[in-house]
Ligand binder design. Structure first.
Ligand code: ADP
Ligand code: MG
Ligand code: MG
Length: 200
């Protein structure tokens, strides 16, 4: 993944978030406070703008810029969590030619960061329930963008059957079952965007 593809990852992701802003918000209205689309669309609009405004030398620099912008512009739980994920991926990518195992290292670093921040584990109906299966897929079969996208989609769909035990959705306990997790859906778009960027 070269520096232009990394920038494209962020700009494509922003596009998906703008397109799906109302959908993400409607998901969050069912099991949260109805702001996930608003939070993500606002933060990544700023991140895409920041990434487009500069020329970067490395992919790690692009990811760091996006991380810093998201952390400062996105409210709610998702801002610090996505900011941390991007920052940890930037750190793992630093000085590396991004391919194969480096993707696994980046996703693993992101997951560690998300867990550290949010104190969640898999199975708690959060964005981790997309990230962790993606990492497992990359570790077991090697990095393939199309497989990653497919795994992310299945994992996202599987959050419907989970009961939330972290974040706002956990207030609903059993009643959170039967609804997709908004952060799992926005994480799915991140992997869709990655696959798109890598085709460029
Ligand atoms: P808020 O819940 O503060 O309104 P958002 O609506 O923007 O923030 O984001 C909600 C999403 O954040 C959830 O759908 C879930 O995927 C994710 N999330 C919430 N808490 C945690 C946590 N502790 N660990 C991991 N992800 C979390
Ligand atoms: Mg919310
Ligand atoms: Mg909120």
């Amino acid at each position: 993944m070269n520096v232009n593809q990394t920038a494209a990852w962020i700009t494509h992701y922003n596009q998906h978030l703008q397109d799906q802003k109302d959908y993400l918000t409607s998901l969050d209205r069912k099991i949260g406070d109805g702001d996930h689309g608003i939070n993500m669309a606002r933060g990544f609009a700023e991140a895409a703008k920041a990434v487009e405004a500069e020329t970067f030398e490395t992919s790690a620099d692009v990811l760091k810029k996006a991380a810093m912008t998201v952390m400062s512009k996105v409210g709610g739980a998702s801002g610090p969590l996505y900011g941390t994920a991007l920052l940890k991926m930037s750190m793992a990518a630093k000085g590396k030619d991004i391919k194969g195992d480096v993707f696994a290292d980046m996703f693993e670093a992101a997951i560690d960061g998300i867990k550290q921040r949010g104190k969640a584990e898999t199975g708690e109906k959060t964005m981790l329930d997309v990230w962790v299966p993606v990492l497992e897929e990359v570790k077991s079969s090697g990095f393939d963008a199309a497989n990653v996208e497919e795994t992310a989609q299945k994992a996202m769909e599987a959050t419907k059957d989970l009961t939330a035990t972290k974040g706002r959705a956990s207030y609903l306990k059993e009643r959170s079952k039967g609804h997709l997790d908004p952060g799992a859906v926005s994480s799915y778009y991140l992997f869709v965007s990655l696959a798109e960027a890598l085709k460029e």
